[in-house]
Design a protein around this ligand. Structure first.
Ligand code: ZN
Length: 291
């Protein structure tokens, strides 16, 4: 899909009324009625200006899963290096790591390659992610909960490629969380490292859209145990479903229902998902259009 397609004349609108406009493009054309005729690029920033994770989401919208897998792998590596949206390399901030997002990007890349039918590529990025998770566990992270979460990530990375070793990894995660014995297990899930792991299961579950409560229950003492149990029983089956349907949806950004302002050219829905500096159909992840 071209990012340059011109919005049809009947959809011209006052520029101030468009909530998503990040800047006024020099390519905007003033019209005698006081409206601004804009190019799509105004609503969707140019691809080359985006970080790898956002590019990956756009490739998902285009159902180009090989390119999405490659973009997610790049996002994982750039995050570990402290580039892109990451503010610190993985070897800094040992007490509060943001490297979890990179581990999820390896997992997402593996899913993309599987959806594209590239089994071996999927396994390779999964192995890369596992090597990083083990390095973080053994030599970088200092917090017991985060070290246990590394085992959980190993479980996720094995699950997404259908490796039965995932069960043992999840068991180690459960034991690790138990040994860390945090005072308030549910609040530990707010650590960026663990939050990333919640986002991963939410993403691969789409369009079922598993939420925090589905993963952790009501947030009681057993929140971390439930988390591991949920992942063990569901991540692999979610991914199998994505592979069977040959589709990994875009993750949820901020969403809006019954907009009346958009119509998906593929499925007709007007529910939208604002993500990767563009607007996708919430239902089928295609680029949606203003009506
Ligand atoms: Zn749609």
């Amino acid at each position: 899909m071209s990012t340059k397609s011109t919005v049809p004349c009947d959809t011209v609108r006052k520029i101030e009324s468009e909530p998503l406009v990040p800047f006024v493009s020099p390519s905007s054309v003033a019209c005698p009625r006081g409206y601004v005729h804009v190019e799509r690029s105004l609503y969707m920033s140019e691809d080359e200006d985006l970080g790898a994770a956002k590019k990956a989401v756009r490739r998902l919208a285009e159902e180009d899963y090989t390119a999405a897998g490659e973009a997610y792998t790049t996002a994982a590596r750039e995050g570990l290096a402290g580039h892109g949206s990451a503010t610190h390399p993985a070897y800094e901030r040992r007490d509060r790591s943001a490297a979890g997002r990179s581990l999820t990007c390896f997992a997402r890349a593996a899913v993309c390659h599987r959806v594209a039918g590239e089994i071996s590529r999927g396994e390779k990025v999964s192995r890369e992610g596992i090597a990083v998770a083990e390095e973080l566990r053994d030599n970088v992270l200092t917090n017991g909960v985060e070290r246990a979460a590394c085992e959980e990530f190993v479980g996720d990375l094995l699950s997404v490629v259908g490796d039965e070793g995932s069960s043992e990894a999840y068991e180690r995660a459960k034991e690790g969380y138990g040994a860390a014995d945090p005072e308030d297990p549910a609040s530990e899930t707010g650590r960026p490292f663990l939050q990333a792991g919640t986002e991963l299961i939410a993403h691969v579950s789409r369009p079922d859209d598993v939420g925090w409560d589905d993963v952790h229950g009501s947030g009681g003492e057993d929140a971390l145990e439930r988390r591991v149990r949920t992942k063990r029983s569901r991540v692999e089956s979610f991914v199998k479903k994505r592979v069977r349907e040959s589709k990994l949806h875009a993750p949820r950004g901020s969403t809006e229902y019954n907009t009346g302002r958009y119509e998906c050219p593929d499925c007709g829905s007007d529910d939208v998902n604002y993500i990767a500096e563009t607007t996708l159909c919430l239902r089928c992840s295609a680029y949606t259009e203003r009506v």
